[in-house]
Design a protein around this ligand. Sequence first.
Ligand SMILES: NC(=O)c1ccc[n+]([C@@H]2O[C@H](COP(=O)([O-])OP(=O)(O)OC[C@H]3O[C@@H](n4cnc5c(N)ncnc54)[C@H](OP(=O)(O)O)[C@@H]3O)[C@@H](O)[C@H]2O)c1
Length: 262
Amino acid sequence: MSGPGAKVVALPDFTLEGKVAVVTGGSGSIGAATAAALIGQGAAVAIVGRTPKALKEVAAKLSVGGRTVLPVRADCTSEPEMQELAGEVTARLGPADILCTFAGGDGMPLPTHEETAAHWRRVTDSELTSTFATIRAFLPAMLERHSGTIVTMASSAARQAAGSSAAYAAAKAGVIALSRHLAGEYARQGIRVNCLAPSAVENERMRRWMSEEERRALGGAFPLGRLGQPEDVAAATVFLASSASSWITGLTLDISGGKVML
Ligand SMILES: NC(=O)c1ccc[n+]([C@@H]2O[C@H](COP(=O)([O-])OP(=O)(O)OC[C@H]3O[C@@H](n4cnc5c(N)ncnc54)[C@H](OP(=O)(O)O)[C@@H]3O)[C@@H](O)[C@H]2O)c1
């Protein structure tokens, strides 16, 4: 404990040794980098997505050196599949200490006057209902153990007007509200809930659609002069998952190269 006269400060620990983590969207760019960072800190990690081939490829890359990586195929918009996921993770790895709800990414621009209710429902399902269904499945065991850390995924599209669809912006704003609500609701039960709001993070899709020059130009428009990388999000997640952030809950952390300052 440091006091007014203390000269030496012991920094909190970022280790996740012995912890069990679940990363939905773990086969995607940000999810895979996050799974790698959590594994690097000692956690056993389950990665979740809908495409078995992608999961298998990421798991093969991550499980080098005897690391524990469990790929699980599941659709996060499905309540029964999330219940099954929680059961499988508990049976194979143990109860989850860390839950990262990163599945989603349906942020394609679409003028609102062309948007249909069907598209709106699909996007809010993909970004918001999936977050709810995943957390709902893991919460009871966290409550039983009086312990758990949840990191959710919003977007800078929810923080200021941007070029996504209205549905995506609204759904990600919903993720922020859901996260804050849960943080308040469960703080006394030992559960912390924090939310990430990244701006443009270079992922596979962006590399397919934009040339290197275009990406450099886009990155140059950020105050910090570059695009985000999946590792930027992974590092923030490790912080929020570890005891280093044990007095932080209900936070929305902008990972935006200085573009969003709230
Ligand atoms: N990249 C950015 O600039 C950026 C900025 C702000 C926020 N974000 C958010 O960060 C998250 C990850 O984005 P990313 O850039 O890593 O995208 P990505 O590479 O496309 O990864 C998306 C991941 O989510 C999975 N997924 C999507 N829908 C799912 C569902 N219903 N059930 C289970 N898995 C599902 C995908 O796997 P399958 O398709 O195989 O299911 C994939 O693993 C998303 O929530 C996105 O909205 C990204």
